[in-house]
Design a protein around this ligand. Structure first.
Ligand code: ATP
Ligand code: MG
Ligand code: MG
Ligand code: MG
Length: 480
């Protein structure tokens, strides 16, 4: 089944169960000071759960474009290194606003996965909230447990704690237990050796969570107490790219038809083969992932900039450029050339991408040029600094200046110094970095549940680059 059919099969399945198919909300949120980017399908329905607004339809379904690069859900550092976390991804979901509850949510999820998509039942594991012995004194989600017991053998039902199996919107408001569905994609031989149950939620690349069914049944009061909600809701989210991996018999999201056209294009442009060298592969995955995030953000009207959401987008793009520069030898702008491929692939499901194709291409190209110039300037400055050095060790604070002001990667500085017979005072660099971090801390965000509470001065000023720019180890250096 190709990804297009996988998406429409999901939506049609729930349409047949009397759900209204609704469009994805924007990925970039403009009117909510507590959240910069949509990070889950339920964001756009927040007011229904809070009882502020009444939904026109009690059952809805959609595929939501999400971005998880900040706040509680920040997967950025995993992206490219693992094969199943993305910055931007689609979350398929079905909702009940005060309508059906656990029974239907569980039975339909199972029906869709095993009867419609025909996933092998023996590869699926379920997790259920086990209760908590903290102040909340919650007990096992017996209702969900009993329902699952009628569907799967008990040894496939695992107990999960608050971290994985209890969802809260924030430090107040709607919340409740959840049941997650995990899939074991290892070979039969591997599965016989080690039980999949022991690998659930252990970051195993082939035992991954695909669907989360949240049962919203409590309201957390300002004093922390939980009270039952008069109306109970269902909120589910399934990772579309992961589902494609399962249904297309792949072991990586990047081997599905969601990503292969982009990867082929990157290979063509850079003349690097995917699947031969782990570092090159990571770089290719990062670029394939980030061009999606950046293109969707720009199509949503969020241009890269030096503040707020625009700064996040700029850093994502620069992270990809850096990976290309370091591992794929790309010294010229190239990411903008991927926009056409992305649009031809996803423009039908997300028309805004098609409409904004030219703008996205131009903006990405301009950003790439500007950042590559920065890198070039940095190289020159570094040469001057080296020429002016008295001893053999470069002052860490000076290297930090270069990094902070020009975004010049520190690993590149270290390598160039080494090539010329010098070294770097790494401690001095770390100190300067720590100082800068504590300076920018007051502008940082506080994470409470899914929503991020921004501090007063939410329009943060540009304070330099953080780990986004420092996380690439340089293996090769070529003069620009
Ligand atoms: P994980 O434990 O794998 O990080 P999660 O528990 O954080 O996932 P949820 O918040 O429950 O994820 O989101 C619902 C579903 O969205 C997950 O079951 C998963 O399939 C998918 N998903 C979550 N994060 C990502 C991501 N960064 N990239 C792709 N899919 C994701
Ligand atoms: Mg996660
Ligand atoms: Mg999880
Ligand atoms: Mg989850």
């Amino acid at each position: 089944m190709n990804s297009k059919d996988i998406r429409s099969t999901f939506l049609n399945f729930f349409r047949d169960k009397k759900h209204k198919i609704v469009p994805s909300a924007p990925m970039v949120i403009k009117d909510d000071p507590t959240l910069m980017f949509t990070n889950a399908g339920m964001n756009q329905f927040k007011e229904f759960f809070l009882g502020i607004n009444t939904p026109a339809d009690r059952r809805v379904t959609d595929t939501q474009k999400c971005l998880r690069v900040s706040g509680k859900h920040n997967d950025l550092e995993e992206v490219g290194k693992d094969t199943y976390h993305h910055t931007m991804f689609e979350m398929l979901g079905n909702w009940s606003f005060g309508d059906y509850f656990k029974k239907e949510a569980i039975e339909w999820a199972w029906e869709l996965l095993t009867e419609v998509y025909k996933i092998d039942k023996d590869r699926l594991y379920i997790s259920v909230f086990e209760g908590s012995d903290d102040d909340d004194k919650l007990t096992l989600d017996q209702e969900a447990f009993d329902l699952w017991k009628t569907i799967v053998p008990e040894d496939r039902i695992l107990m999960g704690d608050k971290k994985d199996n209890f969802w809260e919107m924030g430090d107040q408001g709607p919340c409740g237990p959840c049941s997650e569905i995990h899939v074991d994609l290892r070979s039969d031989e591997e599965r016989q050796k080690v039980s999949g149950a022991s690998l659930v939620n252990q970051d195993h690349p082939l035992v991954v969570e695909i669907w989360n069914l949240v049962f919203i049944q409590y309201n957390r009061k300002a004093d922390g107490r939980l009270e039952p909600l008069p109306e109970k809701h269902v909120d589910t989210g399934m990772g579309f790219e992961r589902l494609c991996m399962v249904l297309q018999g792949k072991q990586s999201n990047y081997d599905t038809d969601v990503f292969t056209p982009l990867i082929a294009e990157i290979s063509k442009i850079t003349n690097k083969t995917y699947g031969k060298d782990e570092q090159v592969d990571i770089a290719i995955r990062v670029i394939a992932d980030h061009i999606r995030a950046v293109s969707f953000a720009i199509a949503d009207g969020q241009l890269p900039s030096n503040t707020g959401a625009g700064y996040v987008i700029r850093r994502i793009l620069r992270r990809a450029i850096r990976y290309g520069f370091t591992y794929l030898d790309t010294q010229e702008a190239f990411m903008y050339k991927l926009v056409g491929k992305l649009t031809s692939q996803m423009g039908e499901a997300y028309p805004e991408l098609k409409e904004q194709e030219q703008l996205v291409t131009n903006v990405v190209k301009e950003e790439e040029h500007a950042f590559l110039r920065t890198l070039e300037q940095g190289l020159q400055l570094l040469d001057n600094m080296i020429a002016g050095m008295k001893g053999k060790v470069m002052d860490g604070r000076k290297a930090f200046e270069l990094y902070d002001t020009f975004g010049f990667p520190i690993d590149l500085t270290a390598l160039i110094l080494e090539e010329k017979g010098y070294s770097l005072d790494a401690e001095g660099f770390d100190e300067a970095m720590q100082e800068q971090k504590s300076r920018s801390k007051k502008a940082s965000v506080v994470t409470k549940g899914d929503w991020t509470v921004l501090s007063d001065d939410k329009e943060q000023e540009f304070v330099g680059y953080d780990t986004l720019e420092a996380d690439v180890k340089l293996v090769k250096y070529r003069k620009l």
